[in-house]
Write a protein that binds this ligand. Structure first.
Ligand code: NAD
Length: 347
């Protein structure tokens, strides 16, 4: 199977690329290499004959048509997106351009390619989305595939719009699509502006560890390699036109999460007298900050037999160890972009 992965130089896309090659699939990685990309994320597979890279922007329809014609993929896994909620609040324009117009271009390029190949029944257009399209939960309940959409940030609104386009291309044109909505990911190669790397790197640097509000927002955390495995399972076994919610069944408040990371660091790299938790600082909450996300993964578990392989404690241990072992990777990104030190926290 040849998979066209968009956004394969990003955090989750690169995990998908590495996992797909390990499974024996061929991959064409299409990426515009925005600030969030890092080709080092796929260095371990880039010499493989099963791997090809296309430096292209999903807003450029002509480039997409050329890539489809040249590489003749069996499946598309569409992950390219602007993904940072705080950036979407500061400047929503890029999110509309890439997440909505870019997805529209991908759908049209895929449809034209699918039609010109006599509509192969095993073609799939897999759109990777977020649970943030469902809005915010109270203390109880979980997001199912039938939960009404209620996005509340420019990021989640742009992803919701793209989900609607993908569904419409299935209903209207019969394009065999799959949609997945996933909870918060964490793990190796997570860009240093996101919550978990900010916590690890600020802790190590002796800086304040910022937490929005009181730290009582709840997220359902999923280890990125488990997500990549789930996405490949959906591509292999998912039913066209269907959507699947993917989650780790690992709900934690932000404060609990940060305290767990501090404890892991206390064990792995102890300070003389203090605990890393002493660096925790509460900062003014993000506007419109969703209170709780929780995924009901019954469908992906019962229909496709997928479940996460690690608990959040195991995944965080592996993640902290990865950042300790891969200082060159995050230092290079920090010096290129000056990120990881700002009080910008996605969660
Ligand atoms: P990321 O920001 O780490 O990576 C995005 C990648 O897309 C980058 O390599 C970037 O260069 C590329 N890209 C951006 N704009 C592009 C364009 N116009 N053309 C081509 N490439 C472009 O994002 P991520 O965290 O890996 O998320 C990947 C996908 O998964 C996104 O669609 C996101 O909405 C979704 N998602 C993320 C999470 C999460 O917790 N990170 C959770 C659920 C869903």
């Amino acid at each position: 199977m040849k998979i066209l992965v968009t956004g394969g130089a990003g955090f989750i896309g690169s995990a998908v690329v590495r996992a797909a090659i390990a499974k024996g699939y061929s991959v064409v990685n299409l990426d515009a290499l925005t600030y969030a990309a890092c080709l080092d994320n796929v260095a371990s597979v880039s010499e493989s004959p099963a791997y090809a890279f296309e430096h292209a922007d999903i807003r450029d329809r002509a480039a997409l048509d050329r890539i489809f014609a040249e590489h003749q993929p069996d499946v598309v896994m569409h992950l390219a997106a602007e993904s940072h909620v705080d950036r979407s609040i500061d400047g929503p324009g890029e999110f509309i351009g890439t997440n909505i117009n870019g997805t529209y271009n991908m759908l049209e390029a895929a449809r034209s390619y699918w039609v010109s190949n006599d509509k192969p029944t095993d073609f799939r257009f897999h759109h990777i989305s977020t649970d943030e399209v469902f809005g915010s939960l109270g203390a109880t309940g979980m997001f199912t595939e039938d939960t009404p959409y209620d996005p509340r940030s420019p990021y989640s609104a742009s992803k919701a719009a793209s989900d609607h386009l993908v569904r419409a291309w299935h209903e209207t044109y019969g394009l065999p699509v799959l949609i997945t909505n996933c909870s918060n990911n964490y793990g190796p190669y997570h860009f240093p502006e996101k919550l978990i790397p900010v916590v690890i790197l600020n802790a190590l640097a002796g800086k304040q560890i910022p937490i929005y509000g009181k730290g009582d927002n709840i997220r359902d955390w999923l280890y990125v390699e488990d997500h990549a495995d789930a996405l490949l399972t959906v591509v292999e076994k998912g039913k066209p036109g269907r959507s699947y919610n993917i989650g780790g069944e690992n709900e934690r408040t932000n404060l609990e999460l940060v305290q767990t990371i501090c404890k892991i660091l206390d064990d792995k790299r102890p300070l003389d007298t203090a605990s890393y938790a002493d660096q925790i600082t509460f900062v003014t909450d993000r506007p419109g900050h969703d209170m709780r996300y929780a995924i009901d993964p019954t469908r992906v578990r019962n229909e496709l037999g997928w479940r996460p392989s690690v608990t959040v404690e195991e995944g965080l241990d592996k993640t902290v160890q990865w950042y300790l072992d891969n200082e060159d990777w995050w230092r290079a990104l920090q010096s290129r972009f000056g990120v990881g030190e700002r009080l910008g926290v996605k969660a």
